[in-house]
Structures are given as C-alpha cells and as structure tokens.
Design a protein around this ligand. Structure first.
Ligand SMILES: Cc1ncc(COP(=O)(O)O)c(C=O)c1O
Length: 393
C-alpha cells in the first residue's frame, strides 16, 4: 500500500491554500513566456528598479564579506535606522531593542501571530483584506473573524461593525492603511474610534503600514499610535522596504512594538529563519538612511498612473472604481457584469490578454484588483483592450 501522503498533512493546513495573487501573476507570466502579449496588472510590486545606490550597497556588502550570520534580530545599525524611520514618521520614541528585522513584512506578520495567538483566539480582519492575513492568523491556530468595510463608506473599517463582532475570544484586530487591495487610508478620526474600542476591549492592534509612503495628497498617512499615543503598549507596527524602495526581492521587513513581544519574536525567529540575509540588511540600511528622492518620484509617478487607470476603468460601462488614496491598486467593482470576478478575470486573461486579480482571495467576488504599478503605455493599452472586450460582449 502506498503511503497516504495527503492525509499526513497537519490539520491546521486544512484551510490554507497558496496565495491567489501569486498564482495569477504566475499564470500571466507563463503566457508571456509563451510569447503572448499579456498585459500584467497583477503585480504587487513597483515596476521601477531598486534605486542604484541601494543596489550598490548590496554589491559593496558582498565585497566587504558581509556574508555570514548576523544577530537574529538584525544588525544594530539597521535596527536603529528602522526605529529612527518609524519614530520620525509617527512621532514615537521606540528604542532599537523594540524592533526585529525579518525576511519581509509577511514574515514579520507571521512572527507576530505566532507569538500573540493560539487556538481559541479570534482576530478581526477587515474585508476586503490582503490575501495572507486570514492564513497567517490560521497558521497560528487562531480564527479570523471577517468584518466587512463597505464600498459606499470608502472601504474603511467602521466602529459599530467592529464592535458587533468582538467577543470574549477576540485577541487582536488587524489594520492595514493604506489597504491592499482597496487603497483606503484610515483617517485620524476613525483611528481614534478604533483605538477607543481597542482600549475598551483590551485588544491588540496589529498595524500593517507597509504602504505608509505611498499615500497621495491630499490624503496623508496616520498611524494609530499617532492618533492615540496611549495605545502604544497594545500596538505592533509592521512594515518594510519592499514597496517604498522597490525592494520586494530583497526580503526585508520589520516589526516594532512592546519589548516582550519583540523578544518573543526574536526567539521564534532564532529557531526558524535566523537572521534575514546579511546582504539585504546592508542594502535596506542604505535605503533607509540614503537620499529619499526616489520615494517622492515614485509616489508622483504612481499618482499619475492611478488617475489614468481609475478614470479609464470608470469609463467602461458597468465598471465602478473608487479612487484609492494610497498603495498602487485600483479595486474595481465588476458586479454589473452578472458573473463572479473569477469568471470575468479569467475571460479578460483569455480573450484580451489582460491579467488582473479577481477579488475572491481578498474576500469579495464582486471586485477585481488592478495594480497600477505598470507603465502608462501598459495602462493605456490595457484599457483599450478592455474597451474592445466590452464592445464585443
Ligand atoms: C498589506 C501587505 N502586507 C504585507 C505584504 C508583504 O510584503 P513583503 O514583501 O515585505 O513581505 C504585502 C505585499 O503585497 C502587502 O500588500
């Protein structure tokens, strides 16, 4: 008899599937590789290269033989740079010991939930949510509790809706501002209301602020620890260099928060990945401490692309797209087509060679996510192809 390898998988993996965004991006890439002129709007990463000075820092790191283990939580210079960066933007006074450098922000979140959650705990996740939040919660044995944020409320988490889902078992709430996939940016007033709830019910706030530098005026990024400084003891902030410095492949993120939680994360990390890549740490240090002009340039370029993309989508009959105040995604309502987002996205890829991510993985079958981290030409051509698709429908 053959070994029942499928049945041997651990129970906690029952609900875990691979990231749907990565799967669709892979399909689009495979079609492109086969010579099809696919236009790819699936990317969760800036299309611009990593800034030259940052790349050079990586090269210099190798040449200087920084190719050995580092302290588990990261090199001291980088931990100091991370807290300086976080403190400057949020008017906080975190100490370098209160941060851990991780293998990307996803890994920071993974560590956070490993140390804070266990079976029986519930974690509030605002929908539409970034695809990995529920899975990361489940991998810690806890249960995600989904709370809808409404389109006509700008996809922002709303106090009463959150309160309704809080139970004895609620341990934490995840905030993600700006949001992937909606681009919604939570204003100070709403953050204050959420902070009040967190205080009342003694909830931990896990604040994913990875897109904090990609907010388009007049919107501005506010962290919950700015809106409510006395929530600092029950908040953990995660972020990283992936989006801000176009460094997705370097895999550097961080968490900043209460000392006991960071210490526990360092312990967990010491038994899993150990330190993040030494070379990437040197590059991230250069990114955080070097010239920040590239960040402003990218923000400006993305704002123009956003306007083009959202305007174009809204011109297509039946599509409706709220203007995202941050990140680089247009979250487009396709419900009027009378079929699921998965079906529509598959048809667009098949018929128009336009790849965008259906909303099912983000908690909604009525929306499709377009990344506007693509060239203006790609955006214009994509909109043209969709317009042709609609005219043939
Ligand atoms: C909201 C959110 N958090 C975390 C991540 C993970 O980023 P990293 O590349 O730093 O792991 C992403 C990436 O798409 C994201 O959108």
């Amino acid at each position: 008899m053959t070994f029942p390898s499928q049945a041997a998988l651990a129970d906690r993996l029952k609900h875990i599937e691979g990231s749907p965004t990565l799967a669709l991006a892979a399909k689009a890439k495979a079609l492109a590789k086969a010579g099809k002129p696919v236009l790819d709007f699936t990317a969760g990463e800036p299309d611009l290269p990593t800034p030259p000075s940052v790349k050079q820092a990586g090269i210099s790191s190798i040449e200087a033989d920084h190719t050995k283990y580092t302290p588990v939580a990261g090199i001291p210079e980088l931990r100091s740079a991370v807290v300086a960066h976080v403190n400057q933007l949020r008017q906080t006074v975190y100490q370098p010991s209160q941060t851990i450098v991780t293998c990307g922000t996803k890994h920071a979140l993974f560590n956070v939930f490993q140390v804070l959650c266990q079976p029986g705990d519930e974690v509030i996740v605002v929908s539409p949510y970034w695809v990995s939040f529920p899975s990361i919660v489940q991998l810690a044995g806890a249960t995600p509790v989904i709370v809808e944020a409404r389109e006509d409320d700008g996809f922002l988490p709303e106090g009463d809706a959150l309160r309704e889902r809080i139970s004895e078992a609620t341990k934490a709430i995840i905030l993600n501002s700006p949001s992937n996939p909606t681009g919604a940016v939570i204003d100070a007033q709403r953050l204050t209301a959420i902070a009040r709830l967190a205080k009342e019910y003694r909830l931990i706030v896990v604040s994913d602020e990875i897109y904090d530098q990609l907010v388009y005026p007049p919107a501005r990024h506010v962290s919950i620890v700015q809106a409510c400084p006395d929530l600092i003891d029950q908040t953990i902030i995660v972020g990283g260099v992936s989006k801000t410095y176009s460094m997705t492949g370097w895999r550097i993120g961080w968490a900043v928060g209460p000392q006991p939680w960071i210490d526990a994360m360092i312990n967990v990390q010491s038994h899993s990945t150990s330190n993040p890549s030494s070379i990437s740490q040197d590059a991230a240090l250069a990114a955080l401490t070097g010239d920040q002009r590239s960040v402003g340039e990218m923000r400006k370029a993305f704002q123009e692309r956003r306007d083009r993309m959202v305007d174009g989508l809204n011109r297509l009959a039946g599509l409706r797209c709220t203007v995202p105040a941050g990140a680089f995604y247009a979250w487009c309502n396709v419900a009027a087509l009378g079929q699921s987002a998965a079906v529509t996205a598959a048809q667009w890829l098949e018929d128009a060679l336009v790849a965008a991510v259906p909303g099912e993985g983000f908690g909604s079958s009525e929306f499709i996510r377009f990344s506007f981290a693509a060239s203006v030409q790609t955006i214009d051509e994509g909109l043209k192809r969709l317009s042709q698709w609609f005219s043939k429908r």
